[in-house]
Write a protein of this length. Structure first.
Length: 417
């Protein structure tokens, strides 16, 4: 999810310059200046499902081996008060808990997991889900937790760190209704965590979406050409330890502006890194196998972006492969800063499907979903679950699931691929 969108300041910056340089013009397009937001692709009600009990869910993952979706939600409207990535610092009540949900793409029902061994306040953000290699029917779930700093909650002093953001690791047996807490990962160099890509239950990447947590420097960070965010690589040597014990943390990638969502491509070692404010997808690889990422290619889209996913076409044939990146974003990123504390605001949403073009090395970028914010506000992740063409009269279709970090519900619509 975008960190605080001080992108309004990009527009102010543009207005200050005597002419608008092409790069700034592109940035204005990315944040939605001049975009028609009245269009909604949710036209055919028969192919639209509003999934109950999915309020303010940010990230969404498809776990193909079990044909299940996983998401992390806030349930209540906690984010309008406390959400450090959006610069909202009114702490929630101690013990306030977001939730992890399993959504069945066949029944369209969401099941909320109950926590075992986990008493902490839990403010959700990015997650990842990965198989437990030692058990056939279990997964590990990594989840960011924007836990408030107890010292700030007690003193409300301005000049201390307000958030003690960290990562929680859970284990879930498929089909059960519980998630067991395994350990907490916190570290001085994981300050503004946003999203996670798990390589294994003991190795993951995490983005720090901004360098400065708040204040004037953060405003400047949003408009300055400096590239201050980072992606860290974490190895866990002891799953029974907690906080910063039994860990090693290294910088995997720097130099990207507001790096944010993380993903990966099926059957590949690619780590997909998203620059939210710039609307850029970076295809990255760990060549040296030491946790350091190298950017192989950058793909530019015309909107802000968030958590990426990859759709793997199980019915692909030579010359007819519908696989691609599924990228959720804001149609009007420029409005986000003004809407961050407003439960009534509508933030229109877009989802892109980015597929290999016929010309090798090029990409087809098409909008497969848009909504004016009425039914899906602030799109932050999207996943496609393909449908057997036999059930669709030979047509290539899929169910598209979209979450929004300030949306009342997640939604699903049937789309052409
Ligand atoms: C990993 O290998 C790359 C390429 O040799 C090198 O530039 C980088 O510094 C190494 N990183 C670590 C964390 O050892």
């Amino acid at each position: 999810m975008p960190g605080v969108f001080t992108i309004a300041s990009v527009a102010a910056f543009a207005a200050l310059t005597s002419y608008i340089a092409p790069s700034i013009r592109h940035e204005l397009k990315v944040v939605g200046v001049g975009r028609d937001i009245s269009v909604s692709t949710i036209a055919d009600a028969a192919n639209y499902v509003k999934i109950a009990d999915t309020t303010h869910c940010e990230d969404l993952h498809y776990y193909a081996p079990a044909n299940l979706l996983f998401t992390a939600c806030e349930d209540r409207h906690t984010r309008f008060g406390w959400f450090p990535p959006l610069g909202s610092f009114e702490p929630p009540k101690e013990g306030t808990k977001g939730s992890i949900h399993v959504v069945d793409p066949e029944t369209m029902k969401s099941i909320r997991l109950s926590f075992q061994n986990f008493e902490s306040t839990f403010v959700t953000h990015g997650i990842d889900v990965i198989a437990d290699p030692t058990a056939k029917n279990a997964v590990y779930i990594f989840a960011i937790n924007h836990h408030p700093n107890p010292e700030y909650v007690a003193s409300r002093r301005e000049h201390i760190t307000k958030s003690h953001s960290r990562i929680e690791l859970f284990r879930h047996v498929i089909g059960s209704s519980t998630a067991k807490h395994i350990r907490t990962v916190s570290h001085a160099s994981i300050e503004t965590p946003n999203d996670i890509h798990a390589v294994s239950p003991t190795e993951f990447y995490v983005t720090n979406d901004h360098f400065y947590r708040e204040g004037l420097m953060r405003e400047l960070e949003a408009i300055a050409p400096a590239k201050w965010s980072s992606t860290m690589h974490v190895s866990i040597s002891d799953l029974t330890a907690t906080d910063s014990a039994g860990l090693s943390v290294k910088t995997a990638l720097t130099g990207i502006k507001n790096n944010n969502g993380l993903g990966h491509v099926y059957g590949s070692e690619e780590v997909t890194v998203i620059s939210a404010e710039r609307g850029i997808l970076y295809r990255c690889f760990d060549d040296a196998k030491n946790g350091t990422l190298r950017v192989e290619e950058s793909v530019h889209l015309d909107s802000t972006l968030d958590n990426p996913s990859w759709y793997q076409d199980a019915w692909a044939s030579e010359g007819d492969d519908k696989s691609g990146y599924v990228l959720a974003g804001l149609a009007r990123g420029i409005d986000l800063a003004g809407h961050a504390k407003d439960p009534a605001a509508k933030d229109p949403s877009l989802v892109w499907l980015v597929q290999h073009a016929e010309v090798k090395g090029e990409w087809n970028k098409k909008v497969v979903f848009s909504d004016d914010g009425e039914r899906l506000r602030t799109a932050s992740a999207a996943v496609i679950v393909g449908i057997d063409p036999k059930k669709e009269g030979g047509k290539r279709r899929g169910w598209l699931f979209v979450t929004g970090f300030m949306s009342e519900n997640m939604v699903a619509t049937k789309i052409d691929l």
